[in-house]
Design a protein around this ligand. Structure first.
Ligand SMILES: Cc1ncc(COP(=O)(O)O)c(C=O)c1O
Length: 354
């Protein structure tokens, strides 16, 4: 059977709700969640807390809001937040650490996105110095999106949390794709996230829900997070229609991720064979494939040619493209994407199909 077009590899956020999700949304029991009266939201929050083995969880509209609520609660204005150089909280959250929490980001470069304590330690300001902002928080990202979806192990997370806690510093986990890490490592999300002070994870990425993320943590901290969510306009009233899809994503989404990861490996192996492309397939651990183009090639231009040929993806640098697998791309579509790119690389850049 020929693959469906377009093949959308821009992100795992592009998935559409399944028929079962739409049915669950139709039937969802709802109430006003700002009063804590939406039974479906309450069920989703309770289930998330149970899966992550935390006292409580909070449904938020987006991963960005979840991360920024956490930053706000863990810090005071004038403090620094340490994160990896390519972290989502630094590059893609609209300057909110500064705009909303009055914090300065301290992005730390690493060769491969693994922000271990050895990289963090030299960047900490532990005493209140007359010249420098004090460190208030460390943020890790698992999987690390812009580092090619690498998965941090439980030992990686534990080590950073242990060192930070010994210095009295909290650690937040941007676990937008923590279920991908769990699938890749064969370790439950509760174990991967156990030592973190707070965890954000997304339903609307690989798990396939149309909307929503959760924050998980201690009950008193989640109560405070609920207040900050309201400040940000995140009190969503009859949000049970969204939570109903989220519950299905939470129960059924994780089982899909192994297939997404296999598709990403297929893409990586196919890409590595193409001329002009630099990629080491074993570095692809989950559902994100970032590859470099040879000198003289232009990622945005190639993304434009791919889109015209039916493959949608994003340029993530002047010579880097990102392909992301998800439940709405099949194995056949992945194979077709490779063939289409191979065809484009054989044509001179100016020669477009009629
Ligand atoms: C690692 C990471 N964290 C946070 C987010 C933010 O999620 P949202 O798009 O729901 O705000 C994203 C979104 O792509 C992400 O990749």
């Amino acid at each position: 059977m020929p693959p469906d077009f377009p093949i959308d590899l821009r992100s795992d956020t592009v998935t559409r709700p399944t028929p079962a999700m739409r049915e669950a949304m139709r039937q969802a029991e709802v109430g006003d969640d700002v009063y804590g009266e939406d039974p479906t939201v309450n069920r989703l929050e309770a289930r998330a807390a149970e899966i992550f083995e935390r006292e409580a969880a909070l449904f938020v509209p987006s991963g960005t809001m979840g991360n920024q609520i956490a930053l706000h609660l863990h810090t005071r204005p004038g403090q620094e937040v340490v994160c990896e150089r390519r972290a989502h909280v630094y590059d893609y959250e609209m300057g909110m650490p500064a705009a909303f929490s009055g914090c300065l980001m301290r992005p730390v470069p690493t060769p491969d996105g693994r922000l271990s304590w050895d990289f963090i330690a030299p960047h900490l300001h532990l005493e209140q110095h007359v010249h420098q902002a004090r460190t208030g928080l460390i943020v890790l990202e698992n999987t690390h999106n812009m580092a090619g979806g690498i998965a941090l192990s439980a030992a990686d997370g534990d080590a950073v949390c242990r060192e930070a806690h010994a210095l009295g510093l909290p650690v937040h986990l941007d676990g937008a794709r923590i279920f991908n890490a769990a699938a890749a490592l064969g370790v439950p999300v509760a174990r991967l996230t156990r030592e973190f002070d707070s965890v954000m994870f997304c339903l609307s990425k690989g798990l396939g829900a149309p909307v929503g993320s959760l924050l998980a943590g201690a009950r008193s901290w989640i109560q405070r997070a609920r207040v900050v969510r309201k400040m940000l306009g995140g009190g969503m009233r009859q949000a049970g229609v969204l939570a109903a899809a989220g519950l299905l994503a939470l129960e059924e989404g994780p089982a899909q991720l192994a297939a997404d990861h296999a598709h990403a490996r297929l893409l990586a192996e196919g890409l590595a064979r193409l001329p002009g492309i630099r990629l080491d397939p074993p570095q692809v651990e989950t559902n994100i494939v970032i590859f470099e183009l040879d000198e003289g090639m232009d990622a945005a231009a190639l993304a434009g040619r791919l889109a015209a040929a039916g493959v949608r993806c994003g340029a993530v640098g002047p010579r880097a493209l990102r392909w992301v697998t998800h439940r709405d791309v099949s194995r056949e579509q992945c194979a077709a994407a490779i063939e289409i790119l191979a065809g484009l690389l054989r044509q001179p850049a100016g020669a477009r199909p009629a």
